[in-house]
Design a protein around this ligand. Sequence first.
Ligand SMILES: CCCC(=O)SCCNC(=O)CCNC(=O)[C@H](O)C(C)(C)COP(=O)(O)OP(=O)(O)OC[C@H]1O[C@@H](n2cnc3c(N)ncnc32)[C@H](O)[C@@H]1OP(=O)(O)O
Length: 296
Amino acid sequence: YGSVSTSSPILFCSGSVYSSIHGFSQEEIKEKLLAFPGGSIDLLKQDSGIAVLTINNPPRMNAFSGAMMVDLEEKVTQLENWTDGKGVIVQGAAQTFCSGSDLNAVRAMSNSQDGMKMCMFMQNTLTRLLRLPLISVALVEGNALGGGAELTTACDFRLMASGSVIQFVHKHMGLVPGWGGAARLVTLVGSRNALKLLGGAVKVDSELGVHIGLADGVLKVDLDAARAETGLQQAESWLSQYTKGPAPVIKAVKKVVLSGRELSLSDALRTEKDIFGSVWGGPANLQALASKSKHK
Ligand SMILES: CCCC(=O)SCCNC(=O)CCNC(=O)[C@H](O)C(C)(C)COP(=O)(O)OP(=O)(O)OC[C@H]1O[C@@H](n2cnc3c(N)ncnc32)[C@H](O)[C@@H]1OP(=O)(O)O
């Protein structure tokens, strides 16, 4: 497969929003964030080409410590470099998703300069997560609150367990989203629904989530515990509908959709042409042509 040299440096060279030209130092904020330890972000890359990224801080309902923000950035870098990857599932440990920023860290960083730097760091990371050449799914069990709700919007899809809640609680905290969650929410559900969810700090359950297009599916509850699939197993089989096939082709699928989502039409068309060129004449294309396959 040829490498994709596109006219779109923003999407495929550096997925970040802020850099030194914006007066932002990633290393400086990393050092400050590392002063708030606790929890981890765990990455499991599987032979299926589907990775599992786990937000792991159960004593604080998987709230993000500063160290976890740094850890997430490192894991996103690993996913960007995963040649054989096709998909990623983002979940929380211990059957709950994520309760947002660790409020202890928020209290200690409450001056607006530090708050803005943390927000720029998280915007960079979550933008890179959404721009990964992998199809991503947030598996929402339990609560996704505040920054946790924002994290769900940094995935291509959201699957909700029954009883789970996505809630942008920011207004109750005297805040608005800052990790890019408002901008992404408007894209997902439209500005009127986004205003309702943010202005009312609405608890979005799975039914409402599907109704407004925030959720893409609801996990099944099987009362026979012995037969029941876990949320993760269900999410893996849901995602595998879209990740069958060679990694370069699945990555190309994500890239054409991403460029259509983020670029102007002219730039998206040029980028699509470049991505097309990277799979045209590739092994999967040649094999399909040789087998004279029929699509029925
Ligand atoms: C730009 C980003 C903006 C933000 O993300 S601001 C943060 C927004 N998130 C929140 O305000 C969540 C606050 N937490 C809650 O509402 C509740 O704890 C929650 C998640 C519904 C769970 O309720 P319960 O099941 O009753 O459990 P609980 O309250 O006893 O919590 C268990 C332990 O977890 C802790 N915890 C939960 N959310 C946390 C957070 N965000 N930061 C730090 N610690 C947090 C909570 O303090 C409790 O700890 P402990 O057992 O009392 O030591």
